[in-house]
Design a protein around this ligand. Structure first.
Ligand SMILES: O=P(O)(O)OC[C@H]1O[C@](O)(CO)[C@@H](O)[C@@H]1O
Length: 541
């Protein structure tokens, strides 16, 4: 069924008028002063994830119009079509059913095949984790993009649930500087290589896998069948590589949505079968919320609507993610692919050029490190960049924590939380020049007058943020958090009327790379533009 594109709906026109009227002058400080219930009204408890949306630039009228936009665009019908397995990835003729991977047994028509692979995978996982028997101590996971970023993000995040005797390593870049240091110090006799590639054609992954195989044999390894496994939809190509143990998945699982499939193997190796099931269950709980909660209380829907409000009406070009948990330090990189590969599109479903912006730039760093790097710009720079804070109430430093550290780390956790709260408060409150004037500025040059110094020391404030709170970072809560992000990306993509599930934008570079590769070897620059020719010659000299 065809749905109206967002910019052709009455709600879009009404949002425009609302923005030109009161929307663009909205002031968070006044909104909080005027409404004591703002926090309660604009916070949502979804499965495992509490979200405070109250520090966003919206009022009741904005929200009502955004919800109308969702209805005008047929968001619920679009969501239901995805969940029902319609081929909504129309440019690749595929359904989008990663939700089926995390559903419990018996849920939906894909259940049988999903459960068959899952059972086999988790049985294998427990065999490898029995390190006394399997003899494995190291796992080298080779994959890139959606076949890397998820496991590489989740494994450190769930470190306190990990198997102490099995060390996981990740190699993704075709640059040998990624592989070489990982292999240094490893022995082929206790190392398992997981080659992860949906297509099993990806240049980087195949190059690293070939190099790993050569290293394995060169170091005296003999049993490739025992030491190499593959996670892929292309079982034949894995077999041609010499891999006999393969865990498959299906073309209805997009690369960047594949963490729940066999691509999650390193996660399961790290945290074990039961925890991996809890990870899936958390995501399923969020899916159920997304499928059933009314739009106004549906967290992924609200997040996607705010994204559209900021991108298309306020014109904000980026969003910063600040997880206040060191384990989530790779979350920004994961979200970059999820959001920018999904929604970084310039045409609608019919191929018409869009007259409005789509994916923002998503970036970030774990707090508090980001505070000491780019938060200066967030607070005083000329761009307004909505920030997303993630706070975790209860830390878990894993087993074997030295007793002396317990009170010290408890204190550090309080500092961490106070920093997180302070940043969103500072972004919102700001500081006027008048307030700055009342402060002593001991470092200012004597030549500067007080007004000048105060202007440097003032903050505009009224800068928006969202704060997510998890009770603890567990397999279940992390599963729910990731599913929340996936569904939120779906929502903005559906409103923008784009295909969030293809990625043609990565193809041109791949094709040109294939054409340039023999030239890098031969030095032939004939017919190339002068820049590419000049650079190629310089790199070979
Ligand atoms: O799993 P594969 O087939 O090796 O692909 C890896 C990645 O390459 C891309 O196709 C393009 O970057 C991603 O969508 C995908 O996650």
């Amino acid at each position: 069924m065809k749905h109206p594109r967002c910019d052709q709906t009455p709600a879009w026109a009404a949002l425009n008028a609302h923005f030109q009227g009161s929307g663009r002058r909205f002031d968070l400080r006044q909104a909080f002063a005027a409404d004591a219930a703002r926090f309660d009204k604009l916070s949502v408890q979804a499965p495992e994830v509490f979200a405070d949306l109250s520090k966003n630039l919206l009022d009741d009228a904005t929200l009502a119009l955004l919800l109308q936009l969702a209805r005008d665009c047929g968001l619920e019908a679009q969501r239901d079509a995805m969940l029902a397995g319609e081929a909504i990835n129309h440019t690749e003729g595929r359904a989008v059913l990663h939700t089926a991977l995390r559903a419990p047994a018996g849920f939906g028509p894909q259940s049988e095949q999903v459960q068959e692979v899952l059972e086999r995978l988790l049985t294998y996982v427990e065999q490898v984790r029995d390190t006394a028997r399997s003899g494995m101590r190291h796992v080298v996971h080779i994959g890139i993009g959606g076949s890397d970023l998820g496991p590489q993000m989740v494994v450190p995040a769930l470190d306190s649930f990990a198997h102490g005797e099995l060390k996981l390593h990740f190699v993704s870049n075709v640059d040998g500087h990624d592989l070489a240091p990982v292999l240094r110090g490893l022995s082929p006799h206790d190392t398992l290589f997981v080659v992860a590639s949906k297509t099993f054609t990806t240049q980087e992954t195949l190059a690293n896998a070939q190099a790993a195989k050569a290293w394995f044999l060169g170091q005296g390894g003999t049993d490739i069948a025992r030491h190499f496994v593959a996670t892929t939809t292309n079982v034949a190509a894995a077999a041609a590589f010499g891999i006999t143990t393969t865990f498959g998945f299906w073309d209805w699982v997009g690369g960047r949505y594949s963490i729940w499939s066999a691509i999650g193997l390193p996660i399961a190796l790290a945290i074990g079968a039961d925890n991996f099931r809890a990870f899936l269950a958390g995501a399923h709980a969020m899916d159920q919320h997304f499928a059933q909660a009314p739009l106004q209380a549906n967290l992924p829907v609200l997040l996607g609507l705010v994204d559209v409000w900021y991108r298309n009406f306020h014109g904000f070009g980026s969003r910063s993610v600040a997880p206040y948990h060191q384990g989530l330090k790779r979350l920004p990189a994961y979200l970059q692919q999820l959001e920018m590969e999904s929604n970084g599109k310039g045409v609608d479903l019919d191929g018409n050029a869009l007259a409005y912006a789509t994916s923002p730039v998503v970036w970030g760093e774990a707090g508090t490190n980001g505070q000491h790097a780019y938060f200066q710009m967030l607070h005083q720079g000329t761009d307004v960049i909505p920030v997303e804070f993630i706070a975790v109430k209860t830390p878990n430093y894993g087993p074997d924590l030295a007793p002396v550290l317990k009170p010290l780390l408890a204190d550090q956790h309080q500092k961490l939380l106070a920093n997180c709260l302070a940043q969103s408060q500072a972004l919102m409150q700001g500081k006027t020049t008048e307030q700055a004037l009342t402060e002593r500025a001991p470092t200012a040059s004597a030549a500067l007058d007080a007004q000048t110094v105060a202007r440097h020391r003032s903050f505009p404030g009224n800068r928006p943020s969202t704060t997510f709170v998890l009770e603890a970072l567990t397999p279940r809560s992390l599963g729910a958090l990731i599913a929340m992000y996936e569904q939120r990306v779906f929502v903005s993509g559906a409103l923008w009327g784009i295909n969030s599930f293809d990625q043609w934008g990565v193809e041109l570079g791949k094709a040109l790379c294939s054409a340039l590769l023999p030239r890098v070897a031969s030095g032939d620059v004939s017919g190339l533009d002068s820049s590419t020719a000049g650079l190629l010659t310089r790199l070979r000299a």
